[in-house]
Every structure is written in structure tokens, then in C-alpha cells.
Write a protein that binds this ligand. Sequence first.
Ligand code: PSV
Ligand code: MN
Length: 424
Amino acid sequence: MQLQKSHLQELNTSPHHARDYNHLADRLTARGVAVEALISDLAAFQVAIPSWALGAGGTRFGRFSFHGEPGSLEQKIEDVGLLHALTQTAGAISLHIPWDTPTDYAAVRELAAAHGLVFDAINSNTFQDQPDATLSYKHGSLSSTDEGVRQQAIAHNLEVIDIGEKLGSTSLTVWLADGTTFPGQRNFQRSLLQTEDSLKQIYAGLPTDWKLFIEYKPYEPNFYSTVIQDWGTSFLLANACGERAYTLVDLGHHLPNSNIEQIVSTLMLKGKLGGFHFNDSKYGDDDLTVGSIKPYALFLIFNELVYGMRNNPQNPPLAWMIDASHNIKDPLEDLIQSLEAIQIAYAKALLVDQDRLAAAQHDHDIVECQEVLQDAFRTDVRPLVQRARLSRGGALHPLQAYRTLGVRDRLIQERGRFTVATGL
Ligand code: PSV
Ligand code: MN
């Protein structure tokens, strides 16, 4: 199924949008905001959708199926194409190997291009045993004490790079489940050294125009220790690998109340923030809809990202991706909500009056500092986000359009009720 722009244009008539937009644009212009430039920044901001989050997620207690799930890579591309047509902010897909290994590369590339999509960072998987694998990752992969297991995991990552090259990806994301569940289970130093050595071998196989993203996570699936547990460990591994290796921040991969905006700021200052996974959480790696729990924290993080994008040329453009799981919502509706939340947080961050903030910081005017941030945060930026979407031919109200067009029902008709998507 593919949505044409004409499908949406009929739904894009609203008596309120122009009025709301003009009112806001006038107010912002009077404050010195370059509204047109802000709209262009919003329109250019594209977030990759992970191929593994288009079906029903689940917990270890159960999985409640979603009807019309994409049962193949082609159908996953089709789903992301639908999201992109509606929102115009999801112009990329991130694949996970071996879940998404293509059979016909040219056809897959062509299909993605027809939906206006590019292939973003490609992900390896050494956290599950594959049916044809000779050795098990039960006791770790890149950190394994078993040289055979380690070589198998390295070879898998190199194969993922090969696959990515054929699709036009230019980065590899490595997330390891390696760690321990009980004290004493492994030697911390040896695990870290083995991991460093393995990552260096993968890095050596990286094409010269590629980047390596090293993701961290404090716990889960292991509950006592994770080999790459935090940004500091990722940062030192990235430094050990070389200049094209970077840290990847996943919002859900922090212990409660971590100051993620400060982490982002430090990494960008050092030119080492490579990728970013959006989601939201209350307790742990909950993988909830972006902005559904802590929208102010998301805004503060975006404020640092915007600052870094403007002031840190040493940091490369970031690979943005949503990494959420959809246990009880229609995944496409959930992703539309996440994309909207990202755009809103970004727009608010773009509104922060950086000069006024810098002056207030210099004068130790703490009250004024807070006023500057909250002034931006409390602005209803939705008309700006809508205008950016309309400028690219997207839907004024993506969620409403999705429902009015009966997209899920049409997918069920095409695919059947009981298809199951590979992924988490
Ligand atoms: C791990 O929780 C993670 O966030 C990593 O990004 C993985 O690649 C992804 O989930 C899915 O496996
Ligand atoms: Mn992630």
C-alpha cells in the first residue's frame, strides 16, 4: 500500500491552521525569530524507523498480536513509507540483521527509493542465537572468553557491514547484551579488553566512509553487569577504535534520573556523539512512545543537541532513530505520535533564545535562565510543525489521516490478520 500526496491533500483543509500559524509566526517574528529558517530546519529533520518495531512488541509475559503486521522486509519498507508519506519526517529505515537480510538487493533498494526512503545505520545481532549458528552467545559475544564465539560474532558484524554496503547504509550500530547476572561470574577487566579487541577488529573492516556506533546500556538482559554499561565505557571504546567510532545514546539506556542532556553535551563537545535512539521511560528501558512520560526532559536534551549542532562542528551530523516497542498500541499510530513528539521538542529547542540565555548565565541570573527555557518550552509550536510537514506534502494531522484513510484495515485486507513481524 502506498499513499499518494493527492490522498492527503483532500484531508489537509483546515480553517484553523492558517490562522493559528499566522498568529504564532507574527508573535515569533516580533521576538526576532527567523520563522522561515526554523520551518526549513524542522522540514529537513528526518528520523529513521527501526525495522524491528513495526509489529507488536511484547514482554516476557506475553505478546498481543497486531493484525496486518508486516511479514517481510518489503512490507516493513512499505510501513515506513506510509509513515513517511503521512509525517514527512521518517525518511529512513534502520535494518537489523539477520531479521531483515534481503534476498534481492536491487529490488529492495528500488522499493525503498520509491517510498522516498534511505537506509540508515544497520544493526548487528549477537544477542540471540540464530538457528544455523554453530556456537552460542549464551555467555557473551564480542566479550566472550571463547575465541571461537568471539570470531563468530566479529564475522557476523563484518557480514552486516557487507549487507549494509549493498543497500547504501554508511554506519553500523553495535549493541551488546554481554554482561553478567551474578557477581563473580566474569572478570570485568578481561571482558572489557576482549570487547575492545573485538570492536577494533570490526572497525578494521569498516569501509572508509562508514561510522561505527557503540551503544551502551546499564542492565538487561543481564542484571548484575553489562560490559558496555554507560556512556563513559562506550566513549573509551570509541576512542580506542578510532576517529570514525562514536557513542550512541539511547534515551532508555540510563539509570533513573540520569542527566542525559549533560551526557549529550559532553559527547558533542568531544565530537563523539554519533547516533541517537528516541523513546521514553518511567522505570527502565521501557521503550515507550517518545514524549509520553517526560516531555520536559526531552526538550532539555534537544536544547543541548541544538546547541551542539550549532556550536560543535567537530561532531558529525547525527543518526536519529526511534527505538521503541509497541505492546498495546498500533505500532504505526505509536510511531506517528513519537515522530510528532520529536518534532515538537526540536521546534521548542530551536526557539530557545540562546543569546538571552548566555547573558543570563553570565550574570548568574538563575531565574532568567529558567524563564528563557520555559518560555520556549511553553510555546505551542504545533502550527510550526504542521507547516513544516505541509511544506513537504505531508498530512496536516497524520494520525487523523491514518484513521480516516483506514490504513490499518487496508493493511489487514492485504496481508491478513495473523502475519507476524520479525523483531522484538
Ligand atoms: C537494546 O535495548 C536496543 O536498544 C538496541 O538498540 C538494539 O539494537 C535494539 O534495542 C533492538 O535490538
Ligand atoms: Mn537502542
